[in-house]
Write a protein that binds this ligand. Sequence first.
Ligand code: GAR
Length: 216
Amino acid sequence: MLRIGVLVSGRGSNLQALIDGIEDGRLEASIELVVSDNPEAYALERCRRHGIESVIVRRKDYRSKEEFEGAIAEKLKEKDVELVVLAGFMRILSGNFLKHFPSRVINIHPSLIPAFQGLHAQRQAVEFGAKFSGCTVHLVDESVDAGPVIVQAVVPLLPEDTEDSLSERILRYEHRVLPQTVQWFAEGRVRVNGRLVVVEGAKYGSLPVNPELEKF
Ligand code: GAR
């Protein structure tokens, strides 16, 4: 069982996808701790319903970003977390945090990075008039939504798309690629060589998800 910690800020539908994967036996991981920087996050309610330990760590309770990040890292380390999953966590983590979990922090972003980084990625894609967007799971480094890519899913845009309709269509893939990526880590198949991440034994070259999904 891979021991994971999940960082959230809001709704927590990606957290729910991880919970569902674990509960139905496809995802061989255990959520040791959920950390929310937002006391109002619906993700916290999901934790209560599923008996998952959660903690609120608010930025405003710390004098500096370094202390705030240190507090989060400490809580995750206390639980011997092996992989940190950012699932809708809306803050940028610095090297001070990342050094505790080298190549072991992943994020899901609702675009094909490096397109549409930062906030409101789906709105950016609609306003740009893009014909494809999608989602990416990547390793977190000190850049914003630009770390080494693990997997991407392509989602076409329709002429009538709004931010909401596109977000919903992308989200269906988010809920598959995120648990699948965690499962690849659980299976010990993720190899990192600089910017190139390869999942050992995965099938590359298919659409709409590359590498191909296996269990989700
Ligand atoms: C998801 O669409 C996720 O990709 C995005 O926030 C949403 C969180 O939804 N993350 C980012 O934009 C990170 N830059 P959720 O709370 O329901 O999982």
